[in-house]
Design a protein around this ligand. Structure first.
Ligand SMILES: NC(=O)c1ccc[n+]([C@@H]2O[C@H](COP(=O)([O-])OP(=O)(O)OC[C@H]3O[C@@H](n4cnc5c(N)ncnc54)[C@H](OP(=O)(O)O)[C@@H]3O)[C@@H](O)[C@H]2O)c1
Length: 428
């Protein structure tokens, strides 16, 4: 029976769960893959740290980078994290020294994936990163293998469980973002520093990876990113009244040979599939030909879901399936134009908190018509006691740059009480 010698580097949440899983399921994985997954070495930062796993003598490497040099290591599993420092050093050196690599590190792949893929291809080793995007949702292997027949035109969905939990809890419990965030931290759904979840950068990294796999393009930095920090319960209530839910969505689309990538809170129809994905779940929707639409939904993070993805990658290597990291050889990846969303058409929800006095509404609507944005619906909610009014406008489709111009022009007006809001609507 063939054997694959594995080194697991990083034994935190994910690494220790994977270590235990591989030990407990060695037999069945061997049967399924016709090759033994053998954990030869492990390493982390601190040898003396108390861990919930049993470590055998001779398994521990004092210097984690030794895994890249030792002859009897075939596969290195990087579970340190971060786009720089030890994870970067480990993965570059491993591939340069002809070791297969499996990683869950989206930050590293989103930043250095193009360079790493070239080294992996040159040295004919695997670089696998299923676990880097949406944990238990097997979207990467689906794009590379199961959906190989398809020309993909669009990929979108909910790629961040923490922000999805926050938005759904704000909606269901009518609580503000800070209150819900505290609960999310207590439940282990949000990290101590949740900024990457709240500001959209976590979704951005995942979208970069998915977009290059869908369109055979290189990784691009040109992504419009807006997080959920500005969303409040009033927006959520307004959305409900108008027949929408608010979700943080990532979109990558190929339109007329231009790729548009964007991450932003989005109003979607209440009866749409995505609107029903609540809590920490992720969902990825792919539009392609000939398949039409395909949807995968599941747990986006956590040790169990992430281990499922890692074992899928490990099994692929056990079976000797060497693939191009980004589906096609690097030399064949296309140089598409990555467009900003300035010219992209959106209908939008805009909310203005204004002083309630005559002339304000006409002043606002004039700015809309000056920027050639037509209004589909207008709702005014006056608060007579405070002498303020909330004006909610739903627009017809207009170029993003005109919607932004309206926001900028109206923000400067003296009758504005609070920073105006703009949330794009997805009508599809
Ligand atoms: N947590 C999730 O739900 C999740 C989901 C999907 C993907 N991921 C990704 O999985 C990776 C690991 O995440 P995690 O949650 O397991 O992180 P973690 O709990 O912080 O674990 C990190 C591990 O890396 C080790 N490490 C740190 N610096 C090191 C160094 N200089 N040399 C050697 N080892 C070092 C740590 O060692 P010590 O134990 O000695 O401190 C620890 O074992 C990240 O890329 C993350 O983005 C995580």
């Amino acid at each position: 029976m063939k054997k694959l010698n594995i080194a697991i580097i990083g034994l935190g949440n994910i690494g220790s769960y994977l270590y235990k899983y591989l030990n407990d399921n060695k037999e069945i994985l061997t049967k399924k893959n016709n090759c033994i997954p053998f954990i030869k070495y492990i390493s982390a930062r601190n040898r003396r740290k108390k861990r919930n796993i049993k470590i055998k003598k001779n398994q521990w490497l004092d210097n984690y980078l030794d895994a890249t040099k030792i002859k009897d290591v075939d596969l290195i599993i990087e579970l340190i994290g971060g786009s720089e420092g030890p994870a970067k050093k480990l993965v570059f050196q491993a591939l340069q020294n002809k070791k297969h690599v499996v990683t869950a590190n989206k930050a590293l792949i989103a930043k250095y994936g193009d360079q790493l893929a070239i080294i992996a291809e040159k040295n004919r080793v695997n670089l696998e990163f299923e676990a880097s995007v949406c944990g238990g949702v097997p979207i990467i292997r689906s794009l590379k293998e199961s959906l190989i027949a398809n020309k993909i035109s669009k990929i979108y969905g909910i790629f961040n469980g923490t922000s999805n939990y926050i938005l759904s809890a704000m909606d269901k419990k009518n609580k503000n973002l800070q209150e819900v965030l505290l609960v999310a931290k207590k439940l282990g759904y949000a990290e101590t520093n949740p900024s990457a979840d709240l500001n959209g950068s976590d979704v951005m990294a995942k979208l970069k990876i998915l977009s290059s796999l869908c369109f055979n393009s290189f990784l691009s930095k040109n992504i419009y990113v807006e997080g959920i920090k500005e969303i409040d319960t009033t927006d959520i209530r307004n959305a409900n009244k108008l027949g929408y839910k608010i979700k943080l969505l990532g979109f990558a689309e190929l339109l007329d040979n231009n790729i548009y990538q964007r991450v932003h809170p989005t109003l979607i129809k209440k009866d749409s599939y995505v609107a029903g994905i609540d809590g920490v779940l992720n969902a990825v929707i792919v539009d392609g030909k000939p398949i039409g639409q395909s949807i995968i939904q599941g747990e986006g993070a956590g040790p169990a879901a992430t281990t499922s993805a890692l074992v899928s990658d490990i099994s692929s290597i056990l079976r000797g399936n060497i693939k191009f990291p980004f589906s096609v050889p690097s030399g064949e990846r296309k140089k598409f134009k990555f467009n900003t969303i300035d010219e992209r058409l959106f209908s939008a929800y805009l909310r203005f908190e204004v002083i309630d006095k005559p002339g304000v509404l006409s002043n606002i609507t004039k700015i809309f018509s000056k920027n050639k944005v037509s209004i589909k619906r207008l709702v005014q909610n006056p608060n007579i006691n405070k002498k303020i009014s909330s004006i909610i406008i739903i627009t017809h489709k207009s170029k993003n740059k005109f919607l932004n111009k309206i926001l900028k022009d109206i923000s400067k007006k003296s009758f504005i009480k609070k920073k105006p809001k703009l949330i794009r609507i997805d009508d599809n």
